[in-house]
Design a protein around this ligand. Structure first.
Ligand code: AMP
Length: 217
């Protein structure tokens, strides 16, 4: 399965991708996570990406595209992948078609998680992450057992700098201007499956399961 998860920041792509990756035995490839990892390790790519991540704007296409091209050729991704956060504009989507055809591969399905703006604001500003193991929480909807600490590894939870209110607003406008057109792009190609992302996590997972089964037929 070669799956793209499409949707605004806060629509649940990361949460669902982690679940699906476990169920399907394919890697979850999040371009945001890859950039944050480079940043953490202080690689040249991380240094170059920093100002875009801090501002909530897009890292230049050539940098992002070559990172994805390399990642999907790693051995674990040869059986498939779940892409989260890529492609994020029309040019990346077009270039991604070239990458896939160069590699003689094709997308199976694009899952679009539809969520309203006020829900996204609430989800993003309340989101907390474990810097150590990547587990996701929400101060209101999915709090950790002990306030401020990760259930899995006990590390101190943090707020992603770009989940603060002013940067969230920028990220949502970037989504509207750059990423939203991909809904039609993939619909026209007969690849799009729209899912109600407002539902609880389990219900969304179930709907995605249904959509994947349909895309097999
Ligand atoms: P995310 O974790 O998906 O919300 O991504 C966090 C940040 O990483 C974004 O605000 C961008 O700065 C950068 N980023 C992630 N994916 C892409 C992409 N496909 N193209 C350009 N920038 C990206």
């Amino acid at each position: 399965m070669q799956i793209v998860l499409l949707g605004p920041p806060g629509s649940g792509k990361g949460t669902q991708a982690k679940i699906l990756a476990r169920q399907l035995g394919v890697p979850h490839i999040s371009t945001g996570d890859l950039f944050r990892q480079h940043l953490h390790e202080g690689t040249p790519l991380g240094v170059a990406a920093r100002r875009y991540l801090d501002a909530g704007t897009l890292v230049p296409d050539d940098v992002t595209e070559s990172m994805v091209r390399a990642r999907i050729q790693e051995p674990d991704a040869r059986v498939g992948f779940i892409l989260d956060g890529f492609p994020r504009n029309l040019s990346q989507a077009q270039h991604f078609e070239t990458i896939l055809s160069d590699l003689e591969r094709a997308l199976s399905v694009v899952i679009y998680l539809a969520v309203q703006r006020h829900t996204l604001m609430m989800r993003l500003t309340g989101r907390r992450v474990c810097p150590q193991c990547g587990a996701l929480y929400h101060v209101q909807f999915n709090p950790p057992l002990t306030q401020g600490l990760c259930n899995v590894c006990g590390a101190q939870l943090a707020q992603r700098p770009d989940d603060r209110e002013d940067t969230v607003a920028t990220r949502l406008s970037v989504y509207d201007a750059e990423t939203k057109p991909l809904i039609d792009f993939y619909r026209q190609r007969g690849l799009l499956q729209e899912i109600d992302g407002e539902l609880p996590v389990d219900a969304v997972t179930q709907s995605i399961g249904g959509a994947l089964a349909m895309s097999h037929d």
